[in-house]
Ligand binder design. Sequence first.
Ligand SMILES: NC(=O)c1ccc[n+]([C@@H]2O[C@H](COP(=O)([O-])OP(=O)(O)OC[C@H]3O[C@@H](n4cnc5c(N)ncnc54)[C@H](OP(=O)(O)O)[C@@H]3O)[C@@H](O)[C@H]2O)c1
Length: 295
Amino acid sequence: MTGKLLVTGASGQLGAAVVRHLLETFKVAASSLVAGSRDTAKLSDLASRGVEIRRVDFDDQASLTESLAGVDRVLIVSTDALDASGTRQRQHLAAVEAAKKAGVGRIFYTSMPSADDSLITFAPDHLATEEAIKASCIAYSIFRNGWYMENLFMALPAALASGQWYSASGEGKLAHIARDDIARAIAGGIASPAAGNVTYTLTGETARTSEEIAALASEVTGKPLAVVHVNDEQLAQGMAGAGVPAPYIPTFVSFDANTREGKIAMVTDDAATLSGGKLTSLKDFMEANKAALGA
Ligand SMILES: NC(=O)c1ccc[n+]([C@@H]2O[C@H](COP(=O)([O-])OP(=O)(O)OC[C@H]3O[C@@H](n4cnc5c(N)ncnc54)[C@H](OP(=O)(O)O)[C@@H]3O)[C@@H](O)[C@H]2O)c1
């Protein structure tokens, strides 16, 4: 690599893991990295390893301008704003616009699978960002990140405790991937960037239905788990009854609907190719996280 790379959101779980893999797995020099976060105090560990630290908040134009000074590549880590008011899209577009003004040579961006053909409520945020990146005429590597294995912690522990997993995903399949494998793949894609513009889809190696995931969770934990198939409305009602805040329910229901409609069933070898290593299997992931699953 030549000039400096800014990683935004470097205190987040994915951003921190990308920086760690750049340093440790791909042996990128700390002096070529700039780690950015809204809260730079969270990056003191990286500072002590020689990584330059800058404040980056997509809601703060001045921080974007200052953090991109002298930077020739930027990894824009998508933000976690889930509200329906367009916050995330506004934040991402501000970051792309600032990268353009700063004259960066390549944008790396964390998107989602099939951003252009998805039922997920926030897919339009990712699609608009991808389009803005393409319209900027800056070279790009877009990483369409599949669903983390870690997402299963939202439903499986309670499901395993009760023996029932309410799902509206029907027979739809999903190839979960460990967040750390995504981070390693992104770091690989940054350390040895493609020559042109590329869009990767980072998935696990095997797509499974909820029944197949339940069977695996049952095998690993020794607890019985039956999938109870419900429709979107019933799922939403169940979530409301369980205390899920109302604004989040349409998004969570859209995950199941998207899976049911086969829109996230793809399996690619992009993650393994970029990371140059074997991906964690769902079974190994569950074994390693037995305690979190309540076993
Ligand atoms: N594929 C999946 O299954 C999946 C699951 C969850 C989330 N995601 C997406 O992937 C991203 C990274 O995931 P994660 O696991 O690292 O989530 P996380 O730990 O919750 O991190 C949230 C990230 O958003 C950044 N952020 C929030 N507001 C920001 C702002 N105003 N300006 C700049 N950055 C801001 C944070 O940066 P700082 O706090 O360092 O400023 C942090 O990197 C998420 O933000 C979300 O877009 C994907």
